[in-house]
Design a protein around this ligand. Structure first.
Ligand code: AMO
Length: 439
């Protein structure tokens, strides 16, 4: 019979064992996963992993050595033992004279050896066994970068007078006309999974003036690409009383700077473990007109949009000419942006829209929006779109919505570029795509 978990000693986190460096001989309790067992003759080292890092436990007693056979890697355990100074151990302190208590049944063999410093398994293996493979310290570090970025996004906007909102994900019309939409059966009538919070964030400017939302959005992407998912996390921002889209770009710059600051402040260990280069954020993003971007990319002047190859060329230009990982391209052709985009008043062929290219990949789309009811009616009409599915949305523009604009950052693209992986599935906890619905 194993003794019951020891409730008397408070739990110590692995990372906090270092505080015992000058206090050997103190009883401590840690909880975690068996990360690795290493048997030598008459002795074993057991590495325990918890949310803070790893701790080394040294086993010498016969019965405990024998018990280790029943505690394979990934079993969760409680370990009560005594602190001992050892410069070789993580934090300079290890635990000796341990007593192990299994908190679960013996774990089955993980699909990858989580204790190895690097991961050699291919992406399908990582994704198929995601609940376990995310435990690898390098995988955890990737998500820690995303989590720190989310914190920076929120705290920057909170400090700038924005209100966090949540909008419905079951909606009655498509918002992003170019992208495919998932249709669902909503109590016997058709509805859709929201492609973005676009309409809601705009009408909420009429309430709060400045809003943001962090949430899932859905795109029925029929293509298998390394930068598209069927469900992703959209970081949406919308603000009122702007002069034009440049005011929105200025907020975007501060938001990105806040995300980077938070990565340094909250995910420094992840940055070091993954050895990534965290970008510097310039005081202003280098900015190109769409026409200039086409020229730089060597594309014909009548191209309607930037292809991935064009974006890479623009990204290379930003690095070479401005030493910046970020470039804003503004003034995309109005006809090829969403109907809610504001045209340039003096030359309506071009729009007051923009994209942010981060390390050669489109990370953000944004724009000044139309804010007058009559302009919406005209824009929908010009595109041959019916008014009726948009009625609930555009009616709001009869009730005083100020000139406004906003943007959306794709979280997975952000983390992917930060870490330097080509496929955004590598930084998505449980990706959804054409082929994947589980885990
Ligand atoms: P857009 O459709 O360009 O704009 O999306 C904004 C950003 O979201 C990311 N993104 C994706 N990430 C993963 N998989 C996808 N299928 C996918 N599609 C888009 C990209 C992209 O730049 N309503 C507008 C935003 C706005 O104007 O405020 C919109 O959704 O990083």
């Amino acid at each position: 019979m194993t003794p019951p978990p020891n409730p008397v000693l408070p739990r110590t986190l692995a990372a906090d064992l270092s505080t015992y460096a000058d206090r050997p001989g103190i009883p401590v309790r840690i909880n975690g996963w068996v990360h690795r067992r290493r048997r030598l003759s008459g002795l074993a080292f057991v590495v325990i992993r918890d949310r803070s890092g790893t701790a080394q436990v040294v086993v010498r007693e016969e019965a405990t050595l024998a018990a280790l056979d029943g505690l394979p890697e990934e079993t969760t355990v409680e370990v009560a033992g005594i602190t001992s100074t050892n410069p070789q151990a993580p934090g300079g302190v290890e635990i000796v004279d341990p007593q192990f208590t299994a908190l679960t049944d013996a774990a089955s063999t993980p699909p990858i050896e989580l204790w190895r410093p690097s991961i050699t398994a291919g992406l399908p293996t990582l994704l198929d066994a995601a609940p376990v493979t995310w435990r690898h310290p390098r995988q955890q570090a990737r998500w820690q970068l995303a989590a720190a970025s989310l914190h920076g996004f929120r705290s920057t906007l909170d400090a700038a007078g924005f209100t966090e909102v949540h909008s419905p994900k079951i909606v009655e019309s498509a918002t992003e006309s170019g992208a495919s939409v998932f249709e669902i059966d909503y109590f016997g009538r058709p509805a859709y999974l929201a492609q973005s919070p676009q309409f809601y964030k705009q009408v909420l400017v009429g309430v709060f003036e400045r809003v943001y939302e962090v949430g899932p959005v859905f795109r029925a992407e029929p293509h298998d690409t390394v930068r598209h998912l069927a469900e992703y996390v959209s970081l949406d921002v919308e603000l009122g009383f702007i002069a034009d889209h440049r005011d929105v770009v200025a907020v975007l710059r501060d938001v990105v700077a806040g995300m980077i600051a938070s990565v340094h402040a909250r995910a420094g260990a992840a940055v070091r473990l993954l050895d990534i280069e965290v970008p510097a954020v310039p005081a202003e993003f280098p900015l190109l007109h769409f026409r200039e971007a086409l020229e730089i990319a060597g594309a014909p002047a009548d191209e309607p949009d930037l292809s991935p190859a064009h974006e890479r060329a623009v990204g290379a230009w930003g690095r070479e000419v401005h030493g910046s990982d970020f470039v804003v391209v503004e003034g995309y052709p109005t006809a090829h942006r969403a109907f809610y985009s504001h045209p340039e008043p003096h030359d309506p062929h071009w729009s007051r829209s923009f994209d942010l290219i981060f390390r050669g990949v489109e990370l953000v789309s944004g724009a000044q929006r139309l804010h007058r009811y009559a302009d919406y009616v005209q824009a929908l009409h010009a595109r041959g779109l019916p008014l009726e599915p948009y009625a609930a949305y555009i009616d709001a523009f009869t009730s005083g919505i100020p000139p406004h604009g906003g943007f959306a950052i794709g979280l997975e693209r952000w983390t992917g570029r930060l870490v330097g992986v080509d496929n955004i599935r590598e930084v998505t906890l449980f990706p959804r795509d054409l082929h994947r619905l589980a885990p």
